[in-house]
Write a protein of this length. Structure first.
Length: 260
């Protein structure tokens, strides 16, 4: 079901925002209640609408913001501590952003912000371009090319892919004789910006095992999952280390900065 209602986020208000009603949801229990996603696929979602106007689209159309730009920083979740995640509408704090703009590689109605990454490596395993990439704050995991996933598991004795019914099915699992300090970082080139995600950030903490339905088997489970040929997907566990800005006028992924 879809409704129109007044929606307020911080000091930003839209009087006639189309919102969806979820009658049933399964599979994602890490954060409850699940409050929704502000941006994403908006093509063919609501009857009689070719594309559904999103929150920022309506703010811009009403003249509430001067430019259709939003900024996002997803702070790491720490149980018991106040979360400092930030989202801005109409612009960003320029002191937090640096680097070149990345042109979006698909049409505005695509479900993700797609672009081309410049490089990707894990230890001595390097991905040969082209590397298709996308931002996706609606998922936790980090997608890497399927062929890279297989290269990593082949390079580490007894490494495997999760074949259980966990929320990280097909995610890389390293054997119990490995330690976090032995694992290399995942290095991603985004335009002229280099982001290094160290192993302690891509390894799943034991506190997340139960909500992700992961069996505590003594092995090292990771947020790294196969994304398809030559494709990387920057979910929340990657965006915890990147401030990103999105320009809906030019459909560019604007300048970013490593936030660690």
């Amino acid at each position: 079901l879809a409704y129109k209602d007044r929606v307020t986020i911080g000091t930003a208000t839209v009087d006639d925002q189309i919102i969806g009603s979820e009658a049933y949801m399964s599979g994602f229990t890490l954060i409850e209640p699940f409050d929704g996603i502000l941006t994403g696929s908006n093509q063919g979602e609501v009857s009689s609408y070719n594309t559904t106007p999103k929150f920022m689209d309506n703010l811009y159309a009403a003249g509430s913001i001067s430019e259709p730009v939003s900024g996002v920083y997803i702070a790491p979740f720490v149980d018991g501590e106040e979360n400092t995640t930030e989202i801005s509408f109409g612009g960003v704090d320029p002191s937090k952003f640096t680097g070149a703009s990345l042109p979006r590689s698909t049409t505005p109605t695509n479900e993700h912000w797609n672009f081309m990454a410049s490089s990707l490596s894990w230890g001595n395993i390097t991905v040969i371009p082209p590397i298709y990439a996308r931002m996706d704050c609606g998922v936790l995991y980090i997608l890497i090319p399927t062929e890279t996933t297989l290269s990593i598991t082949d390079s580490v004795a007894n490494a495997s892919l999760d074949s259980t019914d966990s929320q990280l099915v097909a995610g890389i699992i390293f054997p119990s004789n490995m330690t976090v300090d032995k694992l290399p970082s995942l290095d991603i080139g985004l335009g002229n910006l280099s982001v290094s995600i160290v192993a302690s950030y891509y390894v799943v903490p034991e506190s997340a095992y139960a909500p992700m339905n992961i069996t505590d088997d003594g092995q090292i489970h990771t947020w790294l999952c196969p994304g398809g040929p030559s494709l990387i997907g920057l979910g929340q566990k990657a965006l915890e280390h990147i401030c990103s800005a999105y320009d809906s006028a030019s459909y560019n992924l604007e300048s970013m900065i490593h936030c660690d």
